[in-house]
Ligand binder design. Structure first.
Ligand SMILES: [Zn+2]
Length: 335
């Protein structure tokens, strides 16, 4: 993998891409780069389908899009999870482990081992980009970057942080790339940076003059953003719990839910994957320092979830092909 921090040719923004569907600007993310004259769309699936899922921390791959990932693996799709940071500045969120000073002192190493286990459970390949976790900052906005620790992921210039991902895209040659929306899903600095770097790398990977020392250009066909935390889903789970005669963990949450105009109408693609919810949960439990296995995340029985909301949702942000919406498959139009 390319060394993080190595400098090479820079390609300043010139002409915006013309295949954007639903791409939005944000007050949170850094202005994205765009490039001139890409190579033609990459070939369809002659040598098998490939999906690249770019995530900020170890555990995000098991909490965002994990069941659809497991479904695609079961279908024979090659899946590469890219983890931007080591999660070094995460907290120990499992109350059973939070009192152990050895765990806090060796968190990076432990999270790496947790990732190994989750990778095996999901059946994916996985690569680290090697950046350092930025830590969480309440009410983070990009103009607060200087308050983050020196050298952390969110403080690396986007052009520089994009380089190793361009290298991986050109080596793995994915047809589909997934990442977070411009708000990061939630405003963790690393999630927003993950979005910025993923979009920049998606666009740059197909441009011969961009990062010319990072491999042969490759043009992925589609880019998606995860959208797992939306009201429609939680309302369905809430109703499913009540219908099953169980107490809903979402009552208060839904009462206090604030609808934001920028969240409306984003979902383009719903992937059925209820059969793979158990794999998703096992992968998440592998990140033992990051999840309370008796907490609210696991508070809805699998059967209720499978009945009430058996899909994972995405927003198609780029599509090189002419594929109608809505979709029920990230590979719609490619297979
Ligand atoms: Zn994360």
């Amino acid at each position: 993998m390319a060394k993080v921090g190595a400098r090479g040719q820079r390609n300043p923004p010139q002409v915006a891409g013309d295949e954007r569907v639903g791409a939005r600007s944000s007050h949170l993310s850094i202005v994205r780069l765009s490039y001139p004259v890409p190579v033609p769309p990459s070939p369809h699936a002659e040598d098998g389908l490939r999906l690249m899922a770019v995530h900020a921390h170890p555990d995000d791959e098991s909490s965002k899009g994990a069941a659809s990932t497991a479904r695609y693996v079961a279908e024979g799709v090659s899946v590469l999870v890219v983890t931007c940071t080591g999660g070094e500045r995460g907290d120990v969120l499992n109350p059973k482990l939070s009192d152990n000073p050895d765990i806090a002192a060796n968190l990076a190493e432990i999270r790496s081992k947790e990732m190994d286990l989750a990778r095996e459970i999901l059946g994916v390949q996985q690569e680290w980009l090697g950046f350092v976790d930025s830590g969480y900052l309440e009410d983070y906005r990009v103009e607060h970057r200087d308050q983050l620790p020196d050298g952390c992921f969110a403080r690396v210039p986007v052009e520089e942080a994009t380089r190793p991902l361009v290298s991986l895209i050109r080596a793995f040659r994915p047809h589909v790339v997934t990442t977070y929306d411009e708000n990061g899903g939630y405003p963790h600095p690393d999630h927003i940076m993950c979005h910025d770097v993923s979009v920049a790398a998606f666009d740059a990977a197909s441009v011969p003059s961009a990062y010319p020392d990072q491999g042969e250009p490759w043009r992925p066909l589609k880019l998606y953003y995860h959208h797992g935390f939306h009201k429609e889903r939680f309302e369905a789970l809430h109703t499913g719990m009540l219908d099953a005669g169980l107490e809903s963990p979402f009552s208060k949450w839904l009462e206090e839910w604030v609808d934001r105009p920028e969240d409306q109408g984003r979902i383009t693609t719903r992937v059925p994957c209820g059969d793979f919810f158990p794999v998703r949960d096992d992968a998440l439990r592998a990140h033992a320092t990051q999840i309370d296995d008796e907490g609210w995340w696991f508070g809805v029985p699998l059967e209720v979830q499978q009945q009430a909301w058996p899909t994972e949702e995405y927003e198609r942000a780029r599509c090189v092909l002419d594929v109608p919406l809505p979709e029920d498959d990230l590979f719609a139009g490619i297979r």
